[in-house]
Design a protein around this ligand. Structure first.
Ligand SMILES: Nc1ncnc2c1ncn2[C@@H]1O[C@H](COP(=O)(O)OP(=O)(O)OP(=O)(O)O)[C@@H](O)[C@H]1O
Ligand SMILES: [Mg+2]
Length: 199
């Protein structure tokens, strides 16, 4: 649904391809999805550093950080989660258009929401990375103390407790943070990108 009428697209003077050529690498989204505490932020930031050290322009969009600003008016109802992901998808698309690699670290629990983001990007621009980790292990880590609060009923609609998580059916990549170290996870991602000649 588009509320705006009388709007006209203005073509950019510099194309996405020209920006990629100048940067010397492909631009795309690494979309990390998984339970809270699975390691999305940890791995996304470690991959970002590895890319940075290779002179690959990149930026991390991280769940809570985005909710401090752009998405401060959204909560955790199913509807708000969907809008949260829609906006992140659109912002990611702008980053890809600017010739950069964007790494997103959002639980993004709904398959349909992630599919919508895939839809607005081109075929080789959306890489879904499933950050797999058993709920029991995430709950044991509980880096933000959120599982404890969810179990006691202090917070509601918490993914894995009283709100569902839909695992990706066909992710480009799966990393398992309960069996792989952070370094091994980073290595897996970097090797995948190199194999596809994206970096
Ligand atoms: N192999 C691993 N990969 C990533 N994180 C790991 C690994 N092993 C242990 N951890 C720990 O697990 C925790 C993961 O927390 P992190 O904040 O990255 O999760 P998250 O998926 O971003 O959660 P949230 O959705 O709440 O933001 C950290 O404390 C990290 O040190
Ligand atoms: Mg995080």
């Amino acid at each position: 649904m588009n509320k705006s009428t009388n709007i006209t697209w203005h073509d950019a003077g510099i194309t996405k391809e020209e920006r990629r050529e100048q940067n010397n690498h492909h631009s795309f989204v690494l979309w990390f999805t998984g339970l809270s505490g699975s390691g999305k932020s940890t791995v996304a930031n470690a991959v970002a550093k590895a890319l940075f050290d290779k002179n690959i322009r990149n930026y991390v969009l991280d769940g809570d950080n985005v909710r401090f600003g752009l998405n401060k008016n959204l909560g955790f109802s199913a509807e708000d989660r969907t809008e949260n992901i829609r906006r992140i998808g659109e912002v990611s698309k702008l980053f890809v258009d600017s010739g950069q690699v964007v790494l997103t670290a959002f639980i993004s629990p709904f398959q349909e929401d992630r599919a919508q983001v895939r839809e607005i990007l081109e075929g080789n621009e959306f890489l879904e990375v499933y950050v797999e980790c058993p709920l029991e292990e995430c709950e044991k880590r509980d880096p933000k103390g959120l599982y404890k609060k969810a179990r006691s009923g202090e917070i509601r609609d918490f993914t894995g407790i009283d709100s569902p998580y839909e695992s990706p059916a066909n992710p480009e990549l799966t990393i398992n943070t309960s069996t792989q170290s952070v370094e091994e996870c980073v290595q897996t991602v970097i090797e995948y990108l190199a194999n596809r000649k994206f970096i």
